[in-house]
Design a protein around this ligand. Sequence first.
Ligand SMILES: O=C(O)CCC(=O)C(=O)O
Length: 430
Amino acid sequence: MFDSGNQQRLLQEVPTSSDFSWTLAMDAMANHSSYSLSFSDGHWLLEVLVGEKNLSIDLGPNELRVHRDDGILSIALPAHAVLAVENCKTKLKAGRLAVKWPPVLENFEKECYVLKKCEQPLIFAAPNFVEKSVCVNLIRAAKMYGKAVPQFGHDVKYEMPLWPELHAEMDSDTARELESIYRRLDCLCGTERRCDEQLPRVHFQAPDMAKSRMPQGLHLDTNGAPHRYVTALIYLDTLPASGDGATTFPCAMAPEPVQRAGRELYNQGGQHTSNVSDPELETLAQELLDASEEYCGFSALPEQGKLVLFFTRGDDGAVDPMSWHGGARVSAAGDFGGKWMLQIFKTLPPEIRSQKDLLKRFSARCRQPPEFVCDKVCHRLGTDLLEAREKVAASPQNFEPSQPSLPYLQLRMRHRLLGPESAVLEKWSP
Ligand SMILES: O=C(O)CCC(=O)C(=O)O
């Protein structure tokens, strides 16, 4: 519906005021109610189809209200997208309202850099996303509270609760830590957890003497789970340099023949290199495995607390055939006997799956993670480690004082991460 490329051309400038109750009057016409919230070019952008009737707008840090003759459209903003009322621009044209503001990055105790590592597949890494002591506690909690699902050899996957604070036995500190990790990932990935999603799991992989580097093969994350769009891996322990155990993406930034093998294997129905029968597909699968053997592409080494976030779908919403990946052989153990990793797979909301346009918009939006503060952690974006180190060095040691909160008139404080792709649309209230 909204073409962000044409945004500047489509929308004319209208005045913005820091006064909560400023009003904007316009001509009347259409009657739709729909909005979307996205993050691009370092700004939040809230786009609302307001129609062309007389209207006025109230802006507050957590909510925007559009008043029309026939009712009020009230849009609650998620807690991590606080509206910078004194610093926002508002534009209106052809019944579309655009409100743009920079992220409010204040009142935090810790900074975390989310670094883009590769464009296709889209991979981010965030060193120290989780504190080391929390990682150690999660290994303990997986053994204590997780449902163990034995795998090949000594490997185990422990299913963890999706809503840890509702878990009857989990101690409250662990539940709070796990909940905070999930919540921060929800913000980064652009969607809240849903009950229909696969349970998060802590994966333990024991050292083995496998000859090949990729003993479990390579796969796309839509293999057997067609609605996944992004995967988060958090390594809970560091393996020694000789241990490998890297999450390996052979097509990432790889020579064209390797990328072609990834593309063709997917186009011909392959989703797992260990599960192809056709000899032609076997050749393509072997090309990907050979590339991984030669350390082609991008490999994320297990480092305690590091997050790796990768997108299985592209801007068009379709499966990205460059996202083939797998876990490399674990050759040596760290302090906890092998490779430990928290895995979270996020899936497309059911209501958008059959609607190509919404799916595309959803995917494109989620692939642009925001900068935000959640649970006192400030998440900033970067493109490489050096840049991030410079930024950390330049950032103030003392935390910035939080801005005084703005007066607010009986506004509901609902926390939502989504735009209209979720089909959760606000209705015009009478
Ligand atoms: O072991 C890894 O690093 C990746 C694991 C993985 O891709 C999976 O379990 O789906």
